[in-house]
Each structure stands twice: as structure tokens, then as C-alpha cells.
Design a protein around this ligand. Structure first.
Ligand code: AMP
Length: 388
């Protein structure tokens, strides 16, 4: 492939969390060097990168110096400020491009873009004041979900409104002058499609993944999703359309609600590998992180084949509350893989790691990964289910 960025080259990652860490592990395995840039030190990505740069995102001289050292820049969270991406772009290609960041880091822009391009989305209204909110609630009805337009993730900055009396306090609680009200979707299930697109416009998608959330945070993902083949194919085609419409070079995840009458509605986009796709590391020929590497480097994309049904369970900081989890008990499940992100402090709701199980059937993989997570909280002297 002409113009490909080949092993030995350095890749720049804006951001330094677990997504960057798993990307760096994939990149280093394939012989690349990795530089990470974020305001923090000893980060999940920095611990496994060749170079960890600690500077503020608005230190554009530092961003320029970082971009000069690498062949391509990618990011591992979509809230990278636009001027940061623009400063990097002067010295190295940024993939996916600044336009993808611009659309996906703002819920209202994202919904308007998707709606305008004819993709199916949750009914929504822009909200800039309490009066707007009252009007929007009259139009969309109850229940509805009020979200901040920018900087939201994992359910942060969102509140459900069940009755008119709750509107004012909801508006005050999200503390913003730009919000989005969405109709509450009484969904049958939630699925995601992780997809990648190359600079030559090649496209691949992983099989649809089914996601269960707890407190608005992803809890369990299973693949293949328990939806019909027709719906899974349709989700893959919508994902293809979205990556093409945004001219993505890289990985992007489309999250869907599956309605009770069997329709797909896009909930949101993530212009990067996604938590639900972590099971691709152990369960697919090519992980979503290797796919990100291949796409941003202009290499041919890898196979997305699912080798076995799989389930992933997130490990949140809450698990640390009674003390350090019992790692050896989870490792006693020989078919379960442990992934830890090297975060120095556990906090409730913080994503600290995940477990993946593969099995002959999705339901068995799910049961297995739940048993292994349960085993993490066993304390000496407690009885519990042992791996068999
Ligand atoms: P988000 O951060 O927007 O992805 O929201 C996190 C989770 O909250 C989603 O995965 C859903 O489980 C739930 N949620 C968000 N928006 C809605 C909605 N409009 N209707 C029903 N559930 C929602």
C-alpha cells in the first residue's frame, strides 16, 4: 500500500486512558512506537507507551512539539479541544479528522448531523432555557431525558424527567446553557457496532454487540447480540453509512437502541474504539485497537471475524471498596481473561479494568464472566461458587 505508515514509525495518541493503553499495546506488538499526550503522568497509556508527554491540551506549543515527533496522531477520547487537534494537524495527519471530532463531541451537533443525513435517531429538541425545556417537553412528552450538549459521557450530565413538576430542577441540575432533550426510548435492548474505515475507503464492521448498562455505565457486553440476523445486518449497514457520511479514517462505534417494535435508533457515536468492543481483543481475529492502528496507518484492515461467542464485564472502582479485589480467584477461571488499566486510584464508577470470557454460547460466556467477577469480591473464609 503506497503511503502507508509502517512498523517502526511513531504514533501519537491524544489522551492517556485505558483506550490509549490498549491501543498502545496493539501498536507496540506490531513494532510501532507510541507517544501519548495528556495533562497527567503515570497514566494508563503512559505506562505502556514509549514516550509520555505531560502538558495541558491548550499548550499548543507542546501539542506542536508532540505532533512533530510522530507520523500520525489519533485520539482516545472525543473531547479533545478543536484547537488542539488543529495545532497537531499542522505537523501530522490527525485521524479521524477534526470534522469527526467536531460533530461527535457535541450531542446536538451529532443528532442534527445524523437526522439531516437521514439516519434514524431518538426524537430530540435543542434546549437553551427553562422555557425551551417546557416547550420541548410538551412536544416530546414524558418520560424524557435531558442531557448536556457537550462533554457528557457514561450518563454524566443527564437527567430523566417524568413529570412537568421536575422540569425546572432538571434544567438547573445540568448546569449548562445548551442542552438536548430526548424522548425516553423504552427499548428492548441496546446494541453497538464497532466499525473501521481505511484511507482507501475500505470498510469493516464487527458483529453487533449487545450492551447492558447499570447506573448509565456499561456493565456487560455480549457478542453476538441476541437480535435477528436481519437487524444485525441493518445495524452494520447504518454504521457503514455513518462512517462514509463523516468520511472517517479510523474506528467509530455506533450505539443503538432496539425499540420494542424492532426498529434501530442511533443513541450516540464514539469516534474511537469503544468499551463494548473490548471483547474483540480476546474474541476476534483483529482487535478494535489493532483495527484503529491499521486504519490510521493506511494498512489493509484486518478480519473482524468473531472466533467464539464472548462476554465482557466491566470492573468499576466500586469493587475496590472492601479492599483490593481477589485477583487469584478470578484467574482461577481458566477461560476468563483479566485486563487491568493501571489506574492508580479506584473511585466508584471509575473504569478500572474488565474481564472477558469465551464459550460455546453467548449465554454461557455471560454466566462465566459474571461468576469470575463475583469471585473477585470473595474474602478469605467466605464460601462461594468455585470454577468448574
Ligand atoms: P448516553 O451517555 O447518552 O449513551 O446514555 C447512557 C445510557 O443511558 C444509555 O446507554 C441508555 O441506557 C440510557 N439512555 C440514554 N438516553 C436514553 C433515552 N433517550 N432513552 C432511554 N434510555 C436512555
Amino acid at each position: 500500500m503506497s503511503g502507508a505508515i509502517l512498523p517502526g514509525a511513531a504514533i501519537g495518541v491524544l489522551g492517556s486512558g485505558q483506550l490509549g493503553r490498549m491501543f498502545a499495546i496493539a501498536a507496540r506488538r506490531m513494532g510501532y512506537r507510541v507517544h501519548t499526550f495528556s495533562p497527567d503522568s503515570d497514566t494508563p497509556t503512559g505506562q505502556v507507551a514509549d514516550v509520555e508527554i505531560q502538558a495541558a491540551y491548550d499548550d499548543l506549543d507542546a501539542v506542536a512539539a508532540f505532533a512533530r515527533q510522530v507520523a500520525v496522531v489519533t485520539f482516545e477520547f472525543e473531547n479533545v479541544p478543536a484547537p488542539t487537534a488543529a495545532a497537531a494537524e499542522k505537523f501530522a495527519p490527525v485521524r479521524p479528522g477534526g470534522n469527526v471530532l467536531h460533530v461527535t463531541q457535541h450531542r446536538l451537533r451529532e443528532k442534527r448531523f445524523l437526522d439531516g443525513a437521514g439516519f434514524p435517531v431518538t426524537p430530540f429538541r435543542a434546549v437553551h432555557s427553562a422555557a425551551d425545556l417546557t416547550r420541548a417537553l410538551e412536544e416530546l412528552g414524558y418520560p424524557a431525558v435531558l442531557k448536556t450538549a457537550g462533554w457528557g459521557y457514561d450518563g454524566k450530565g443527564q437527567v430523566r424527567i417524568d413529570a412537568p413538576a421536575a422540569a425546572n430542577s432538571a434544567w438547573e441540575s445540568i448546569r449548562t446553557d445548551e442542552g438536548i432533550l430526548e424522548a425516553f426510548v423504552p427499548f428492548d435492548c441496546e446494541v453497538s457496532v464497532v466499525a473501521a474505515r481505511g484511507s482507501d475507503r475500505s470498510f469493516v464492521a464487527y458483529p453487533a454487540i449487545e450492551n447492558a448498562h447499570s447506573r448509565h455505565i456499561l456493565d456487560i457486553s455480549t457478542c453476538p447480540a441476541g437480535i435477528s440476523e436481519r437487524l444485525a445486518r441493518a445495524a452494520g449497514e447504518i454504521a457503514r453509512g455513518v462512517l462514509e457520511a463523516l468520511d472517517v479514517v479510523g474506528v467509530l462505534c455506533v450505539e443503538f437502541f432496539v425499540t420494542k417494535d424492532g426498529r434501530l435508533l442511533i443513541n450516540e457515536l464514539a469516534p474511537r474504539p469503544h468499551n463494548s468492543g473490548h471483547l474483540t481483543i480476546d474474541a476476534c481475529t483483529t482487535s478494535q485497537f489493532e483495527q484503529q492502528l491499521r486504519s490510521i496507518c493506511g494498512l489493509p484492515l484486518g478480519s473482524t471475524e468473531l472466533l467464539r461467542p464472548a462476554a465482557m464485564a466491566n470492573l468499576l472502582g466500586d469493587l475496590w471498596e472492601p479492599g483490593e479485589p481477589d485477583w487469584s480467584s478470578a484467574c482461577a477461571f481458566p477461560d476468563v481473561k483479566l485486563h487491568l488499566y493501571g489506574k492508580l486510584q479506584a473511585r466508584p464508577g471509575r473504569k478500572m479494568g474488565h474481564l472477558t470470557a469465551l464459550a460455546a454460547e453467548t449465554a454461557l460466556a455471560r454466566e462465566r464472566v459474571l461468576q469470575a467477577r463475583q469471585a473477585l469480591t470473595f474474602r478469605r473464609g467466605e464460601s462461594g461458587q468455585l470454577p468448574s
